[in-house]
Design a protein around this ligand. Structure first.
Ligand SMILES: [Zn+2]
Length: 488
């Protein structure tokens, strides 16, 4: 997504501080303030594992006032005299832990440090209720912890990566803690609300309506969303009867033509990636030219520029990123490389594109570009996650397909995310899985394609079905590729 400055040694020092962390010098049992991600060490927290979020918001578009009442249900993994949630902005009105009033303080950019009235024992259920109010801070640019966007149509929607949720409800903002999610959103009667999962309630009292959305598949913070607008809706189903609900903000109604292809898109992706891993689907089309579209779970959020490849890409993420999530942000290729390769598979099957020709043409273009190769597909650095994986990623996978053969390649693609459904993955784990299916050693190939910061040797990029252009032709022939100005 958008660039963040590399935090370097500050991050490394913080990582040391947050690793471990169970008892302080005073003997207090303190949950770690971060989950230890190498890029975003303060994201997430230690000491508990969330099982469910019950998020309540009452939002008035005309005043931008949000009144929140969120209960986080978690199981403690240690005894706790103090623990953190990730929460950004807002005035806190009250916090209770298991019904008893707690005290709190804010620290760092997004740490809500909570001290319960009494110690919470290890391996017990803890219900943390936070009441708050204020104007959500909008998504604004670099180094942004907000995911709240005010739409030009008067509504609002939550979307950003890797940070979004903490700008509208208190959350354990790590990819490693998945939980179910319920949203009760109250808005003026003229508006409606769409979120993840399925709508399970709608109740109007006076001039306000409360919409209830329930996500029963495990979900992580940045994949949760809420969108509030005067939407029109499209309801479809997959061939297996999974409900697909899509919403179009005023001005985005023409996107319905693209979204009508969603059942066909899911069918194609199921063919290559295995059964659709979510219980519902759809899309949220905003009318704003934001810099990204995002794979919010079940129901991606689309910018006004979104096209058919974007819809294929974001739905590919339902397997690669959503159902199965990165272990740390170093592994972002496990999301983006595969979602981007989903676009290639669509082109292959629906537009008769020969992917070996496509690969050859792109490699002719990028082959000697040192900058292109300097950016690896693993551990590319904080702020650099959303760049090369869209181009080098699908090239890597097309090369892997040729290197190990179609049969094992598609066997891996069809089964891998199912094995990690509701969990996490790393690139190293993926390589091991590929090796189990391949009849030749893939270590050198992975070293070159994934970890290497220079152009791989010809044996890894020009072989089998690929046709290296003649040196002379290379300078003139290839069609220049226009890299998308948008991230998805
Ligand atoms: Zn993506």
């Amino acid at each position: 997504m958008r660039a963040r400055p590399i935090v370097g040694c500050v991050a490394a020092a913080t990582a040391l501080l947050v690793a471990g962390g169970s008892a302080s010098a005073t003997g207090n049992a303190v949950g770690a303030p971060g989950a230890g991600d190498p890029y975003y060490p303060m994201d997430g927290n230690g000491g508990y594992d969330v099982s469910h979020y019950d998020v309540g918001i009452d939002y008035t578009p005309s005043t931008k006032m949000l009144i929140g009442d969120t209960t986080v249900t978690a199981t403690t993994t240690q005894k706790l005299d103090q623990f953190d949630l990730d929460f950004y902005g807002f005035q806190i009105d009250s916090i209770t832990v298991n019904g008893e009033s707690a005290t709190w303080k804010r620290s760092d950019q997004h740490e809500l440090v909570i001290t319960p009235a009494s110690r919470v024992a290890k391996k017990t259920t803890m219900k943390v209720r936070v009441k708050y109010h204020g104007e959500p801070k909008p998504t604004s640019g670099l180094d942004d912890y907000s995911g709240w966007n005010y739409s030009s149509t008067g509504g609002a929607f939550a979307a950003n990566e890797p940070h979004s949720a903490a700008s509208w409800y208190p959350v354990n903002d790590t990819t490693r803690d998945k939980a179910t999610f319920t949203l009760n959103a109250t808005v003026p009667k003229a508006y409606s609300v769409i979120s993840n999962g399925e709508q399970t309630g709608k109740k109007t009292v006076g001039d306000k309506t409360t919409y209830t959305w329930t996500e029963k598949d495990p979900i992580i913070g940045y994949l949760t969303t809420v969108a509030i607008d005067k939407f029109t809706y499209l309801k479809q189903t997959t061939k297996d009867g999974i409900p697909l609900v899509s919403a179009f903000a005023p001005g985005a109604e023409d996107k319905e033509q693209i979204e009508k292809q969603l059942p066909a898109i899911i069918e194609l992706l199921e063919h290559y990636f295995g059964p659709y891993p979510q219980s519902s689907g759809g899309g949220i089309y905003v009318a704003d030219q934001i810099g990204f579209s995002l794979e919010t779970q079940d129901r991606p959020t689309y910018a006004a520029w979104a096209d058919l490849p974007t819809v294929v890409h974001e739905n590919g993420h339902q397997w690669w990123g959503d159902s199965m999530s990165v272990d740390t942000w170093r592994d972002v290729c496990m999301n983006e490389c595969f979602a981007s390769y989903g676009e290639w598979l669509w082109e292959q099957d629906k537009e008769d594109v020969n992917l070996d020709d496509k690969y050859s043409a792109q490699m002719a273009y990028y082959g000697d570009n040192e900058r292109f190769w300097s950016n690896p597909l693993w551990d590319m650095g904080a702020g650099n996650e959303f760049s090369n994986s869209y181009t080098r990623g699908p090239l890597f996978l097309q090369a892997l397909r040729a290197y190990i053969g179609d049969k094992p390649f598609f066997q891996v693609l069809r089964t891998y995310s199912q094995l990690h459904r509701g969990g996490n993955t790393s690139m190293q784990d993926f390589e091991k899985y590929v090796q189990r299916h391949a009849t030749r050693n893939v270590h050198g190939f992975f070293q070159a394609w994934v970890y290497g910061t220079t152009r791989p040797a010809d044996k890894y990029i020009w072989f089998g079905p690929f046709h290296k252009p003649a040196a002379k032709a290379r300078t003139t022939a290839p069609k220049p590729l226009v890299q998308s100005q948008h991230t998805r």
